[in-house]
Design a protein around this ligand. Structure first.
Ligand SMILES: Cc1cc2nc3c(=O)[nH]c(=O)nc-3n(C[C@H](O)[C@H](O)[C@H](O)COP(=O)(O)OP(=O)(O)OC[C@H]3O[C@@H](n4cnc5c(N)ncnc54)[C@H](O)[C@@H]3O)c2cc1C
Length: 388
């Protein structure tokens, strides 16, 4: 039976494991952490991601543990609307985006991976184009090796050498709180060099996120700083901040990757943040990892050349990285004149224009044909032939 060795047991790695399993391949997931777990935060999944999850047979399960996002938009720090997202048009054309807790998504993916296929506490140190994977417990070998090992990917080195992630110029906080009263319409509020957003989770808790311009690695930035920065913003932000516990706050500097020349080398393919880490301004990082997983399994298990995966995924994901970076730059504008001009422009932009601009991101369809293939599926063609 052909085999895929998957480095990394995050959203991208687990989704890939499921996609290859559905097509009859053996899989081995190597995860550095001793447990498969996600950070305590929410995650939005757009309709394109739900279509990828449908290809994995998991869209209904995910919807069952998620909440449909029924409103969205951007306000200023006083709560005046700058733009409204036409969520109804999105729902009609593409399906509803959903919000859920990351731990729930990871739990669903983990349960769909065959028992025993995930090896935790194993750190990969090197990968060779012939499919050999060197790790802390010895070596493994696959017909395909998938680098799903995140933004600081070790596997990426074997595909395109040393690539340094780019700092966005701003840091992000995330937390999940239990509100004292319902928060009303979700959305994001943009100030000067900082933003605050919130969205309700299915269990009534609220996922809050914030950003601020800051040098990379700036220490501190705890609850006091969050309250100082956002405590005077519009309701319900002060009440949300009053409900935050110090230990529940996550703070991460935000990085993305410059465009890679290729996602593949020999038997190796990169996906998710290892291939195209992006700033979270479009909420598409994990969505793209899910798409990658479906396309990679489709191409590889049909005996296709991995360069087909590269040509299907690289232009699309790099377009989204670029857009996310641009939206972040606009959202983080800080000079008073630039903020005034930005806000005026946002007010003047019809929601139909915004809707149209989302189309190239949301209109992705999963590849057709060959889904749920049997174990007789032939392995991919490689320059040196299959390993089986
Ligand atoms: C603030 C913020 C908000 C976000 N919001 C959203 C959102 O709303 N919607 C969305 O779609 N995306 C969002 N994203 C992006 C999303 O979180 C990522 O794109 C996604 O989690 C990437 O998944 P991945 O599996 O590619 O990588 P990761 O989640 O980084 O997983 C990589 C895995 O590989 C393991 N690993 C690393 N190195 C090794 C090694 N050498 N050997 C073995 N294992 C290794 C790690 O331990 C880890 O488990 C957000 C990101 C941030 C920072």
């Amino acid at each position: 039976m052909p085999k895929a060795v998957i480095v990394g047991g995050g959203i991208g790695g687990l989704a890939t494991a499921i996609a290859f399993t559905l097509r009859g391949w053996e899989i081995e997931v190597l995860e550095r952490s001793t447990r498969i777990e996600e950070v305590g935060a929410g995650i939005s999944l757009w309709p394109n991601a739900l279509r990828a999850l449908a290809a994995l047979g998991l869209d209904e399960t995910v919807r069952g543990r998620a909440r449909e996002e029924d409103s969205a938009g951007i306000r200023d720090r006083k709560g005046r609307w700058l733009s409204r997202t036409d969520t109804e048009a999105i729902r009609v054309h593409y399906g509803s985006p959903v919000m859920m807790h990351r731990a729930d998504l990871l739990d669903i993916l983990r349960r769909a991976v065959p028992e025993g296929a995930v090896r935790t506490g194993i750190s990969v140190t090197a990968v060779q184009p012939d499919g050999t994977v060197v790790h802390s417990a010895g070596t493994s070998a696959g017909d395909v090796v998938v680098g799903a090992d995140g933004i600081h990917s070790v596997v990426r080195r074997a595909v395109c050498g040393a690539i340094e992630p780019r700092y966005s110029g701003y840091t992000a906080w995330r937390t999940v709180i239990t509100p004292t009263e319902p928060v009303g319409e979700m959305g994001e509020s943009w100030g000067s060099g900082q933003r605050f957003g919130y969205s309700t989770l299915p269990d009534g808790r609220v996922y809050c996120f914030a950003t601020a311009d800051m040098a990379a690695g700036t220490p501190g930035g705890g609850l006091d700083e969050l309250r100082a920065r956002f405590g005077s913003w519009h309701d319900p932000i002060p009440a949300l901040l009053a409900a935050v516990g110090e230990t529940a706050i996550l703070k991460h500097d935000l990085y993305d990757l410059p465009p890679l020349k290729t996602f593949v080398a020999g038997r190796i393919a990169l996906l998710g943040d290892a291939a195209h880490a992006m700033t979270p301004n479009l909420g598409q990082g994990a969505c793209q990892a899910l798409e990658d997983a479906v396309v990679l399994a489709h191409v590889a298990t049909r005996g296709g050349d991995l360069t087909d995966y590269d040509s299907q995924r690289r232009p699309r994901t790099q377009m989204i990285v670029k857009r996310s970076r641009l939206i972040g730059a606009v959202g983080q504008l800080s000079s008073p004149m630039a903020v005034l001009a930005r806000n005026a422009l946002l007010r003047l932009t019809p929601s139909s224009t915004q809707f149209k601009s989302l189309a190239p991101v949301l209109d992705w369809e999963s590849p057709r044909g060959g889904d749920q293939r049997s174990s007789s599926t032939s392995p991919m063609r490689t320059p040196s032939g299959p390993r089986t």
